[in-house]
Write a protein that binds this ligand. Structure first.
Ligand SMILES: Cc1ncc(COP(=O)(O)O)c(C=O)c1O
Length: 406
């Protein structure tokens, strides 16, 4: 028998079609290739860091402060939680997947008296029941993962925001896999802390944590009985040390200020460029591009005879979770796609690791340029693993969706 052909012979790295970190636009990569600057130098602080945080307000759709810090999505979630929650505070955590559980664990660590509102993985959220639970508990905060990356499901953050407002709770929203890919209306939805990371639909490198802070969230921090237990990630220090008085902070305008934690200069510059590219594209066009790419993906996998994991009414535009065909090992699909065809996708997480596959359409990967080769590689890998489907059917269906929506 012939040796199998290695199609990735001259490819130095697989294309990243995992749900983050994602591929970077070339201008963002170029922004990383600079000599070091000093983070407390006024040139960086005033000409790079500050304009980036101000431009990010448009991406977050907020009029309030957006804080950027070294870290990842988890850093943003933990910084948000530890800044507003004191030991013993009641928190209602919507747990619809692996990242809801992460929020629960973070609340546990900050000493919250948390109650989980469990949602079956991939299922819709029962808003009436959630409203009743919020009314019963009267929590200090309600937390939601807007887009559950583990199940590829998007939850109705606007509605949960209304429930939070109605019960006087702070609304803490994880937008790690939605911001800049799915419409996120921070102020309109009453989000008090919008917490995310740089490496997904923002299409910036991994390494920055981002949090927008509402006036209600600042008040909650200022009313604390004791200071937050973290020094580096206490968000209130941004108000005290960095935000000028003219924007509601404590630093007299025109006087020197300090960053509460040293800000990585290269990553901020890359985030500056990534933010510029997002705003140049325009939010509504960008959301539509993600929605069409995910629809093309779903058309492709349906044509291959595969099913999506979540309820059809809540499928995500940025992360698609697909049921693996019976008897086909998800680890083998990922490995074959990467090693033979040069495209990296993910398996599911935790209890759906061996039964689902996950593909990201995030930032520049929400495009025919990235998605069509991914579907092609999936078809080829599944055939290698013994799954029978019409060759090219998935790619053709996806291509038709792109053509019909161009
Ligand atoms: C919804 C969600 N929340 C939180 C996280 C954790 O973020 P990070 O890996 O950047 O710490 C992730 C990561 O995939 C995520 O998708």
């Amino acid at each position: 028998m012939n040796e199998p052909t290695n199609w990735t012979q001259v490819q130095t790295r697989p294309i990243l079609m995992i749900p983050g970190p994602t591929e970077l636009p070339w201008p963002v990569i170029q922004a990383l290739n600079q000599p070091p600057t000093i983070q407390y130098d006024r040139g960086f602080d005033e000409n790079v860091l500050e304009p980036t945080t101000l431009a990010l307000r448009d991406v977050f759709q907020t009029k309030h402060e957006v804080i950027v810090m070294p870290g990842s999505g988890r850093t943003a979630l933990e910084a948000g939680a530890l800044s507003v929650i004191e030991p013993g505070d009641r928190v209602l955590v919507v747990g619809a997947g692996q990242f809801g559980l992460l929020m629960r664990e973070i609340m546990n660590r900050v000493g919250a008296d948390w109650t989980e509102f469990p949602v079956e993985w991939g299922a819709r959220l029962d808003l009436d029941r959630l409203a009743r639970e919020a009314e019963r508990l009267r929590p200090k905060a309600i937390t939601l993962v807007h887009n559950e990356t583990s199940t590829g499901a998007t939850y109705p953050a606007a509605e949960v925001g209304k429930i939070a407002r109605g019960t006087g709770a702070l609304f803490l929203l994880d937008t790690v896999s939605s911001i800049a890919g799915i419409d996120v209306r921070t102020d309109e939805w009453g989000v008090d802390l919008n917490m995310t990371g740089s490496q997904k639909c923002l299409a910036a490198p991994l390494g920055m944590a981002l949090v927008s802070v509402s006036p209600r969230a600042w008040e909650a921090m200022e009313r604390r009985k004791a200071k937050a237990h973290s020094y580096a990630y206490d968000l209130l220090r941004w108000k005290e040390w960095w935000i000028p008085a003219s924007r509601g902070g404590k630093v007299p305008d025109g006087t020197p200020r300090r960053q509460p934690v040293s800000i990585p200069t290269h990553l901020t510059d890359a985030l500056r460029v990534a933010t510029r590219l997002i705003l140049e594209e325009g939010l509504s066009k960008r959301f539509r591009r993600h929605a069409v790419a995910a629809a093309a993906l779903r058309a492709g996998v349906a044509a291959m005879g595969l099913e999506m994991f979540p309820d059809a009414s809540i499928v995500s535009s940025t992360v698609s979770s697909i049921k693996s065909p019976k008897g086909v090992d998800t680890g083998a699909v990922v490995q074959t796609m990467r090693d033979r065809y040069g495209v990296l996708i993910g398996t599911g997480l935790d209890k759906i690791r061996t039964t689902t596959l996950r593909i990201g359409t995030m930032g520049i990967t929400a495009s025919p340029h990235h998605l069509l080769p991914t579907l092609s590689a999936l078809e080829l890998a599944l055939r290698d693993l013994g799954y029978k489907a019409e060759p090219g059917a998935g790619v053709a269906a996806a291509q038709k969706t792109f053509a019909d929506n161009s």
